[in-house]
Design a protein around this ligand. Structure first.
Ligand SMILES: Nc1ncnc2c1ncn2[C@@H]1O[C@H](COP(=O)(O)OP(=O)(O)OP(=O)(O)O)[C@@H](O)[C@H]1O
Ligand code: SF4
Ligand SMILES: [Mg+2]
Length: 328
């Protein structure tokens, strides 16, 4: 990334109420997103990817408490008054949710959902909002024009619904789009179409995209930089090419080793042993230690700080996993 970040997440913590106590869902998260940049946020289920995104939009579940800062254009989104945050949300920062049906209202037409947004944030009258809604459907390549506007979400396929959710997110020309697993549960051709769309939009609009996905294949086709999250923290981050070909954290290497490598018999599909820790069960030391082949005695005691390696590349581990053999 060059220049000032558009979005700058600094030491973010999120705790949530559970069974009379609190659990840590995000425990010291750092991430930057530059103008026109696509940053991929990867990590197994439960690592805190969605909670990080929801924190930026002020949409965390009730009772959540946050620490740290999320700076957007110099303002901390975590302390912004509700009204100011509501203006930022949707207009400056928009989100495509993990399940498109979460962001689409099943009982409202596509037109109503697109134009409400435009009228509220942009103050457009009905006719202007309708014209803009048609343009947006064209942008995301939903055929049918006015007929599509009159339709309800259930009348579209999963891939098309995801495109409509993207159209709604784009309605106000946001500077930042957070796309949470935008292609999960879609077949590969539909997936490729959505990824191509996101790439085109960032090029045409200089929009920044935080692309949340546990799929490193999706990441490798689109992201400029990649951050890998484990148990509520970023354990490695850097340029896509570096992180995905020369990982410096044992967890990243584990994720890559678990992928199939077409054409290379006998490689890949080597799952990481064990399971990620449940929220609230992470104690002192490196959270990955119980699953790590190369854990040192000190790993269980001290949480490793990020080591700055090549420019823009850091990993929170003293061990270089590429210099090691994976025990059979
Ligand atoms: N409403 C909630 N109340 C309490 N804990 C929650 C709540 N929602 C999520 N969590 C916990 O917060 C942690 C982070 O969850 P989050 O949804 O951010 O994970 P994620 O990385 O997005 O996972 P996935 O890949 O499955 O979407 C998890 O351990 C989860 O159990
Ligand atoms: S800090 Fe220790 S336990 Fe954690 S990933 Fe590195 S070697 Fe493994
Ligand atoms: Mg999630």
């Amino acid at each position: 990334m060059t220049g000032e970040p558009v979005l700058d997440v600094r030491d973010l913590t999120v705790t949530l109420p559970r069974r009379g106590g609190r659990v840590t869902a995000v425990g010291g998260m750092n991430l930057t997103l530059g103008a026109g940049e696509i940053v991929g946020l990867a990590g197994e289920s439960g690592s805190g990817k969605t909670m990080t995104a929801l924190a930026a939009l002020g949409l965390l579940p009730g009772g959540a408490r946050t620490g740290g800062e999320i700076l957007f254009e110099g303002r901390d989104l975590l302390t912004l008054p509700t009204r100011a945050l509501r203006d930022v949300r949707g207009r400056d920062i928009a989100m495509v949710f993990q399940d498109p049906m979460t962001s689409l209202h099943p009982m409202l037409t596509v037109e109503r959902q697109l134009t409400d947004h435009l009228r509220h944030h942009r103050g457009l009258d009905r006719a202007a909002a309708r014209g803009r809604a048609l343009e947006l459907l064209e942008t995301v390549r939903i055929p049918g024009g006015k007929d599509a506007l009159r339709s309800y979400p259930h009348q579209f396929s999963g891939g098309m619904r995801q495109r409509i959710a993207i159209a709604i997110a784009l309605a106000c020309d946001p500077k930042v789009l957070i796309a949470d697993e935008p292609t999960t549960a879609l077949d590969v051709t539909v997936q490729a179409g959505i990824l191509e769309l996101l790439d085109r939009l960032r090029r045409e609009r200089d929009m920044s995209v935080l692309l949340i996905t546990h799929d490193l294949g999706v990441m490798s086709s689109l992201a400029d930089r990649v951050s890998v999250m484990y148990a509520g923290r970023v354990v490695e981050s850097g340029p896509r090419g570096t992180v995905l070909t020369r990982p410096r954290h044992p967890y990243t290497r584990g994720l890559l080793d678990a992928l199939p490598h077409p054409g290379e018999e006998g490689t890949g599909l080597r799952p990481i042993p064990g399971l990620p820790p449940a929220a609230g069960s992470v104690g002192d030391g490196c959270a990955f230690a119980p699953r790590c082949h190369w854990a040192l005695a000190s790993c269980a005691r001290t949480t490793p700080e990020p080591l700055h390696l090549d420019p823009g590349h850091s990993a929170a581990c003293p061990v270089d996993p590429l210099a090691k053999e994976v025990p059979v």
